[in-house]
Ligand binder design. Structure first.
Ligand code: NAD
Length: 467
């Protein structure tokens, strides 16, 4: 029997089965937790459906107050949640602490938004009003890289708008989310928030369920395509936040010493398992060698260790499957470039790979063209910025990107030409709940955060009245 529980219809319940959760820093079993069944998923959706009518009619101020209470409750347990997150996810405690603190901050900011309709016309002829109504039960599908924060991208806006939700964490990182469920059980009316775990086997049942009105999905492009196909059967609303292959274009006028830490940090946060991480660097010929050397120095100096160890800067890869995948990218890097730092898995238990810098590598190789989702950074040489831009854009993805230069106009013009949802100038990986976030091309559909994100959880209704 596990002390973790699913949350279904306001009750904390055991799963129909159990599953083990592995600590990626030790490869040992961290905890046994409930594994939901299709029957339990259906129960959760039914509970969401039952609770929907009353929740949708609950004044917005009350719905807002519930989300704010959740933010307070998480903050009150910040240290405990952060520790558990490091143990199940692998990231250093400092990053887990930031993730939990951001979770509260996102809940608070997004719950403070207003959902306003609009009076379009009011005259002798007609009165036309646009309202925004909730959709119904929303399925929130969460990946393993930011298992708690990504819940806070979806839940507050879904709930504020009057929807009820079923959250499905990733199989390898369910624990902190289940702890969150304990808090939700005390705060929300029964059925408003439901949490069901799986072993990658309930996604299709959730995305095709006739009583699910919308799917808000964060994960890989491959799975996103399945979600989209599955949602088509009932014309569900979908928001897809998918993969990326963010390019950093570094112009020749920068000081490599100055820009290297920002690029390196943007590539190795959470061991590179960030959708918006720098995944390839295009560096101008004139600074290429020096930038490679600076990045290699940072990689050599990085402390890679169990995230609970004081001073650890980079933790293990989150799970064995990802570890094996990244090892494949190391082989590709060895075959197609020169590895000047890292390049090895670490000789110890746990899914540890040292940060790796690969130089003299070209487009058209796996390490450049695919999303490695690990601590490996290829650096590609260019001589003409327009050519670098074209190569950066020659990707099916378009999540983020960055331009690094001391020439503001040049950087701004290149940034505007990048085919990505977010482009930074002289930084990478900076976002917030007030800034709409979404991917171009195969990096997604729709946006999260801000009013634009909130609107995605509503249906527009027009009331057109004769005068
Ligand atoms: P994944 O696609 O394997 O899994 C994501 C979630 O989908 C998990 O909860 C999983 O159980 C579930 N799932 C699996 N099969 C499903 C199906 N057939 N139908 C519905 N759901 C299903 O992704 P992952 O490996 O957990 O996460 C890594 C990927 O996520 C990377 O590509 C990364 O770039 C992307 N990501 C994107 C963002 C973003 O906001 N754009 C944020 C974080 C991660």
């Amino acid at each position: 029997m596990s002390d973790y529980k699913l949350l279904i219809g306001g009750k904390l319940v055991d799963g129909d089965a159990t599953m083990d959760v592995i600590n990626p820093a030790t490869e040992e079993i961290l905890a046994t937790c409930p594994r939901g069944s299709e029957r339990q998923l259906n129960e959760a959706v039914a509970a969401g459906k039952k609770a929907f009518k009353a929740w949708a009619k609950t004044p917005m101020a009350e719905r807002r107050a519930c989300v704010m209470k959740l933010a307070d409750a998480i903050e009150a347990r910040l240290d405990e949640f952060a520790r558990l997150l490091t143990q199940e996810q692998g990231k250093p405690l400092s990053e887990s602490t930031a993730e939990i603190a951001y979770t509260s901050a996102f809940l608070r900011y997004l719950a403070s938004l207003d959902l306003e309709g609009r009076l379009i016309e009011d005259n002798d002829n007609r009165r036309v009003e646009m309202r925004r109504k909730p959709l119904g039960v929303v399925g929130c599908i969460i990946p393993w890289n930011f298992p708690v924060l990504i819940v806070a991208f979806k839940a507050p806006v879904a709930l504020l708008a009057g929807n009820t939700i079923v959250i499905k964490p990733a199989p390898t990182t369910p624990l902190t989310t289940l702890r969150l469920g304990e808090l939700c059980a005390e705060i929300f009316p029964a059925g408003v928030v439901n949490i069901v775990t799986d072993q990658n086997d309930l996604g299709a049942a959730l995305t095709s369920h006739p009583d699910i009105a919308k799917i808000s999905f964060t994960g890989s492009t491959e799975t996103g395509k399945k979600v989209m196909a599955s949602a088509a059967s009932t014309i569900k609303r979908i928001t897809l936040e998918l993969g990326g292959n963010d390019a950093a274009i570094v112009l020749g006028d920068v000081d490599p010493k100055v820009v290297a830490p920002g690029i390196f940090g943007g590539a190795t946060m959470n061991a590179g398992q960030v959708c918006l991480a720098v995944k390839r660097v295009y560096a101008h010929d004139s600074i290429y060698d020096e930038l490679c050397d600076e990045l290699a120095k940072l990689a050599d100096a990085a402390i890679v260790d169990d995230g609970l160890k004081q001073g650890a800067q980079i933790g293990p890869l989150q799970n064995k499957m990802q570890y094996e995948k990244v090892k494949g990218f190391l082989e590709d890097a060895r075959a197609n470039g020169n590895i000047i730092a890292g390049g090895e898995v670490m000789d110890r238990p746990g899914y540890f790979i040292r940060p790796t810098i690969v130089r003299d590598v070209k487009d058209g190789t796996r390490i450049v063209d695919e999303e490695q989702f690990g601590p490996i950074l290829p650096v590609i040489r260019f001589t003409d910025a327009e050519d670098a831009l074209e190569r950066a854009n020659a990707s099916p993805w378009g999540l983020g990107g960055s331009v690094w230069s001391n020439d503001r106009d040049k950087a701004y013009n290149l940034a505007c030409e990048m085919e990505s949802g977010t482009v930074w100038i002289n930084k990478h990986l900076d976002f917030g709940p007030n800034i709409p976030f979404g991917g171009a091309k195969q990096s997604g559909i729709g946006v999260e955060f801000a009013e634009e994100g909130l609107h995605e959880f509503t249906q527009i209704q027009v009331i057109n009245e004769a005068r």
